[in-house]
Unconditional design. Structure first.
Length: 373
């Protein structure tokens, strides 16, 4: 794909779009004001939904059903989609129908137990708390107990003494193999399942990640042989990372977007992407992960017939309130040039580059090392 000049655009998420149309005042004209009105409306609707779900979980039968649904979920972190679970849930409580209607008024939401320790210990007891957040980095969120009482939960207070169920905008997921023994377990996650999840780190993937190619030491291409993501996805759990390779044609005219994180080039040609879900913050991943298949036709640094620079953009796919991906910076592989002297050679021993975030004013960082086979 060839992209010229203004190559990347920022977009609002479905939550923002859905609420802005129905709830914004006609006198609000500036984009920022519209976003603020939409975010406030979505947050209010989401908070009420979280309360209804929490009260619904006062029913022991509903709690057991939730545990079983999460227990056999094929998604990473045992996430389920709220609307699908509500459609299957059975309860005489009036909150069930109310929750179904409230969920239908919002874009699709993931539902999961935030902390792994609680996924391995919760036995459908009523000490559970439910919270909905549209912002993965919110410093404090409102949770609801099964008796309808609210509680303020600072992110800094993690790990929590009680199990917390999080509702957040649905994100792409890594699928996993469900063990036959899991349905007989007493908790959402078991030690055996944890080991299986770690062994299943690189696949299989859902259709939205079908572009990922299994690594092979014989196939020609540019590989990632190590990465370590230095910031997680907050309340949304583990990260959905993409490493997108390009041939870019300088100059960089300017940096735009939040934190000046998005460069505008003369032209950019996409060369391939490696996708990895369920990435744990500050954990090193080693292997051979194919990012750019082939290195010769066309040469990986050629775009629009012009010789350019090989580059990698690192992002985390975000379903937050703004719908914007989290930028972890660009890596430019040209000997002795900006930034940080990244290098690109012709043999595996010469192509490694190991440094952090290339933002001008950003805060997220990631270590990345590549090689050519």
């Amino acid at each position: 794909m060839v992209v010229s000049r203004y190559i990347f655009a920022l977009a609002l998420s479905g939550i923002m779009a859905a609420t802005a149309c129905s709830d914004s005042d006609s006198s609000v004209t500036s984009p920022e004001a519209v976003r603020q009105v939409a975010a406030a409306s979505a947050a209010a609707k989401g908070d009420d939904l979280a309360r209804q779900v929490a009260v619904l979980l006062a029913d022991p039968t509903v709690r057991v059903g939730l545990l079983k649904s999460m227990q056999t979920s094929e998604a990473n972190e045992h996430k389920i989609v709220l609307a699908s679970w509500l459609a299957r849930a059975t309860s005489g409580a009036k909150e069930l129908q109310s929750a179904r209607q409230a969920a239908a008024a919002l874009p699709s939401l993931d539902f999961y137990m935030l902390e792994e320790a609680h996924r391995m210990s919760w036995r459908s007891t009523d000490d559970v708390v439910v919270a909905l957040t549209l912002d993965p980095n919110a410093p404090v969120i409102t949770g609801w107990r099964t008796n309808g009482q609210s509680i303020q939960i600072p992110f800094a207070s993690l790990p929590l003494p009680y199990p917390l169920l999080i509702l957040h905008p649905e994100e792409p997921k890594l699928t996993r193999t469900v063990l036959a023994s899991e349905a007989q377990g007493a908790t959402i996650q078991s030690t055996a399942q944890l080991a299986a999840a770690l062994a299943n780190l690189r696949g299989p993937r859902r259709p939205e990640f079908a572009g990922a190619v299994a690594a092979s030491t014989t196939a020609t291409g540019v590989y990632i042989n190590h990465f370590n993501i230095q910031e997680g996805d907050g309340w949304f759990g583990n990260s959905e990372m993409q490493f997108i390779s390009y041939a870019i044609i300088p100059p960089i005219y300017q940096w735009v977007g939040v934190g000046n994180s998005i460069p505008i080039f003369e032209a950019a040609c996409e060369r391939g992407t490696y996708y990895q879900n369920d990435v744990v913050e500050d954990q090193g991943y080693y292997g051979l992960f194919l990012m750019t298949p082939g290195v010769g036709q066309p040469p990986i640094n050629v775009c629009n017939g012009l010789n350019g620079t090989y580059a990698v953009r690192i992002i985390e796919k975000d379903g937050g309130a703004t719908g914007e991906d989290d930028e972890f910076g660009w890596r430019f592989y040209v000997a002795g040039a900006y930034p940080y002297g990244g290098t690109f050679g012709t043999s595996s021993s010469a192509v490694m580059s190991f440094y952090i975030n290339t933002w001008q004013t950003g805060t997220r960082s990631a270590y990345l090392r590549i090689q050519v086979n």
